[in-house]
Design a protein around this ligand. Structure first.
Ligand SMILES: [Zn+2]
Length: 432
């Protein structure tokens, strides 16, 4: 294929993402939440792209868009490729959607050629957690984790997930049929990086090796509120000053630690007056790392540091754990194959940990999952300025085609994929 044809198909991917961005709940900006009206238009549009390929297309009971490109033989295994179709408010055009559009493009590029495995394209109905405050509703249905508890959660209008499904014309009784077909051997997701790492390295693509675990805590320093004019400096128990010292210690700690990010994103002080020494300072702490051990060690050290600061300043410290989410490893075999495909596409491979959560971590509960990140200009996402370079999309398509060929020419693909699935679950059992 000539360079101009490669550029054309990459430009088409971008144009399709921008077209889907026009289907929005809000005028002038993009917002598309779980089973909202514009989701119907998105489904219709993607279906119109797939029709020339003669594919079977369906919307499952969780509102996920599904389409199957059959294997050469009816008994062949199935590879799942996709991402999510919902967005945050005032969103960009590529987060999630790009992964679905790229899946469609890879099928088109096969030009009718059947492989030893079938390919199912999936566009998840919900990943961002905007409407119900609970993320991954779509992918949870595929792994059997969309249960009654989640179906009963209500949105701001008092509409439950169950009602939203019914209002969309789908049948909750059939949720179990949304589960992965048992012959599905692997999941692959293309996604924008949503960060500045690949841009800083000058690399278009990366293989994701893990999705970082997260700890979120509330940390409260208690001191003594008192008069700002009459209390001498050496007789104060200033909660804000203690908190400030700790915030800088958190930053310094994370800067020295390997691949760790730690953030104090919110701080509230009481009583909150110009002429009163703060009696209380309450903060959030968000810590992420690809290794659960490294993350929990970091959290312990940061709490010990808070106690040390508090003791020295005559304050006390309390903590409240808000979230503990374990890291999810991507499948090792798939990550290796993705690296090889990136190299075969003429790019220098790179491996990285995803700091954000993705559908791939839900799929990884049941089948081997792999992710490919695309460089994100300016590291900007969840914003209308979110973009992706034509050359990088070209590389992603090339990488995807190489990956399909690698799988097709690997007699072990299905076998290795299912074996490594067992390895992953064994590892996960050991860690639990
Ligand atoms: Zn996303």
């Amino acid at each position: 294929m000539g360079q101009s044809a490669k550029t054309n198909r990459a430009e088409q991917v971008i144009a399709r993402c921008r077209k889907l961005a026009m289907f929005s709940e809000d005028t002038g900006t993009l917002k598309r939440t779980f089973l909202s009206a514009p989701m119907v238009d998105v489904h219709q549009e993607i279906k119109s792209w797939l029709e020339p390929l003669g594919m079977q297309v369906w919307i499952d009971a969780a509102g996920n868009f599904r389409a199957l490109y059959p294997a050469a033989e009816s008994s062949g295994p199935r590879l799942l490729i996709g991402s999510h179709l919902d967005t945050v408010p005032d969103a960009g055009a590529f987060d999630g959607i790009l992964g679905v559009v790229l899946g469609v493009t890879l099928l088109e590029e096969l030009r009718g050629r059947r492989l030893a495995f079938g390919i199912e394209v999936v566009g998840f109905s919900e990943e961002e957690g905007v409407r119900f405050g609970r993320p991954f509703i779509g992918s949870r249905a595929l792994v059997g984790m969309l249960d009654d508890e989640l179906l009963n959660v209500v949105d701001g209008q008092g509409i439950s997930v169950r009602d939203a499904i019914r209002n969309f014309g789908l049948d909750c009784e059939q949720i179990s049929e949304a589960k992965l077909s048992p012959d599905t051997v692997a999941y692959i997701e293309f996604h924008i990086e949503q960060g500045p790492v690949l841009e800083a390295l000058g690399k278009p693509l990366a293989a994701v090796e893990a999705i970082a675990g997260q700890s979120r805590l509330q940390i409260v320093f208690d001191g003594r509120a008192n008069h700002a004019g009459t209390t001498p400096m050496n007789l104060r128990h200033d909660a804000i000053a203690g908190a400030a010292e700790w915030v800088l210690a958190v930053e310094k700690f994370a800067q020295k630690a390997n691949n760790l990010v730690a953030t104090v994103g919110k701080i509230d002080a009481k009583p909150g007056a110009t002429n009163v020494i703060a009696g209380q300072a309450s903060m959030t702490l968000d810590v992420r790392h690809g290794s659960d051990d490294a993350r929990s060690r970091a959290v312990q050290e940061l709490i010990a540091c808070a106690h040390e600061i508090a003791q020295r300043r005559g304050l006390s410290v309390r903590k409240n754990v808000l979230l503990e989410q374990r890291a999810v490893a991507m499948d090792r075999f798939l990550a290796g194959e993705i690296e090889r495909a990136i190299a075969n596409a003429g790019c220098e491979p790179h491996r990285m940990v995803s700091g954000a959560g993705h559908d791939a971590m839900i799929l990884a509960e049941k089948i081997p999952a792999g992710m490919i990140f695309l460089r994100t200009p300016g590291g900007i996402s969840h914003d209308p300025a979110e973009s992706v370079a034509v050359e990088d999309v070209e590389k992603a398509i090339e990488c995807g085609m190489r990956l399909l060929d690698q799988f097709a020419s690997s007699p072990e693909f299905c076998k290795v994929a299912s074996e490594s699935s067992n390895t992953v679950s064994a590892e996960q059992r050991d860690r639990a």
